[in-house]
Ligand binder design. Sequence first.
Ligand SMILES: Cc1cc2nc3c(=O)[nH]c(=O)nc-3n(C[C@H](O)[C@H](O)[C@H](O)COP(=O)(O)OP(=O)(O)OC[C@H]3O[C@@H](n4cnc5c(N)ncnc54)[C@H](O)[C@@H]3O)c2cc1C
Length: 586
Amino acid sequence: MGRMITAESLARVPLFANIPEHERASIAARAADVRLRQDEWLLSEGQTVGFYALLEGKLAAVKSVGGQERELLFYAQGDYFGEVPLLLGSPAVTSVRALEPSRVMQLDAADFHDLIMHCRALNGEILKTMARRVGRIQEVVVESSAPVATVIGRRQDPACFQLREFLARNHVNFACRDLDDQEGIDRLVHDGLLRNASEAATAFSGLSLPLVILPGGRRLEAPSFRELADIVGLQTKPKHTDYDVVIIGGGPAGLAAAVYGASEGLGTLLVERVACGGQAGTSSRIENYLGFPAGLSGDDLSVKARQQALRFGAELLLTRSVASIELGNPTEADGVPHTVVLDGDVRLTTKAIVIATGVQWRRLETRGIDRLTGRGVCYGAARTEALGMRGRRVHIVGGGNSAGQAAMLFSNYAESVTMLVRGPSLAASMSHYVISQLATKANVTVETQVQVMAVEGADRLEALELAVGPSRKRERRASDALFVFIGAQAETSWLPEDIMRNRWGYVCTGRDAKDLLGEREGTAWPLDRDPFLLETSVPGIFAAGDVRHGSIKRVASSVGAGSMAIAFVQQYLADIAETTSAALSG
Ligand SMILES: Cc1cc2nc3c(=O)[nH]c(=O)nc-3n(C[C@H](O)[C@H](O)[C@H](O)COP(=O)(O)OP(=O)(O)OC[C@H]3O[C@@H](n4cnc5c(N)ncnc54)[C@H](O)[C@@H]3O)c2cc1C
């Protein structure tokens, strides 16, 4: 007989061992027979569940806590599960993966409810198990929420700010203790890191701050992101030296490419300089992304996308950047692959590359700005900064959606938020829905036709000098924080010359790339076919997301482009496989 659950096989599951034979037969008649290979996922967190009994093999229940996957429970032959979400009416609270080849009986939700309604013996047993398992999940979540690092430093110190932002964006649980704040010092005493509050003045003198204390007492003075990433278990080194596709940048475009690449079975490596999420990772609320009527934070989007990519088997390298690309000629029969050179001169070969490096904030050219950047002046805004704005006078330069979203976020904490806009109104640069939301906030003011001429302060930002109105009258305003959102630029000067860019550095693809090659002396598109829509002027190198000339700078379009780029990578790989096999056979 093929794949079929029988009453006899159910009798080997203790839960079903003592129920009448006809009940077992009725369950068997409604059950699916699920076979899993080693490492195959039976179920993902958040998915609709069924009721399962393990007939052969071994499974692990895995939960993502604080961005890290933890194995919470193991199921052996004869165990059952699925009752917790089914009885709570919730989606799966954990994912389940096969640790070895396994065979699982699966009942649909309706059949499970029918079963416990009609079979009292099973009902009592299942409820007891459920109570035990909920307790275990609770324990692990509480235990995993304990900080894996305590950062001690001064809140206003740029190095401390950057380290906190790095940990927050990578979803590492950490505690922060500010030496300029009595509460921070009291916590250090409470945690046993200081004997008494008066010790605070001397205990850390002579050390390079921020100081990071790890569980077990290990101390790191002003560690680099890479050092910290290694310690908290983020991947920083590639596992192989050759890939099908290397994706540069871990924003929405790069993450989408990683999910699609790995899910199509390509050997996929994503390299990200700081933390997954890119610009979107810093957004407090993305409200226009399809399928999320209540909006979702950039953090949520990136943590879920990262999990999804890892689940499909992509490698995600964090705190690493791509320093250069050395071009190969993989389209030729005996050609060599492209080489991607990471910082530290780590070299990897790959058949295809997706450039998804997005854009970086444009610098504000104004007097005093470099000295005070990180000391009250900040480019972009991280959600982690919101709490630090309690009771402060915040100024925001820029009139786009990101500036508006930052104003909305800070309005819940700051005493006042003033948006400084160069143009005559917000309407030309900001979406209507963001303008309407700002109008509901009593502590947000929008000033148009204003330009920041200078930023002032001894140790940190204290005041702004503004040119106001058509007369450009000079005014001095007290300010505790200035967030700059004045548009972005593509930093692509490190790419090889052969990858055509427009004069602002955006990478040209498809028809644009071919036309540019045609215009330049001595260059031409080398293949018989035209470049694919997202292919650059070098075959096999693609660009997706904000870095691409002509892109629509939105999360949804970046996700779409990242996924499309992989479809083109596959066509390209099929072409080169054909060329190679033709050369071999002829
Ligand atoms: C505050 C804010 C709010 C926003 N809100 C919305 C919104 O509500 N709705 C919406 O649709 N859009 C919004 N956007 C725009 C949206 O976030 C971007 O369009 C989108 O993030 C672009 O995705 P991307 O993957 O192309 O690039 P990015 O998000 O810019 O990501 C590029 C990544 O590449 C990395 N990188 C760069 N160079 C290298 C290198 N050499 N090596 C390794 N890594 C590298 C960077 O560190 C970065 O993480 C917002 C943007 C901001 C800043």
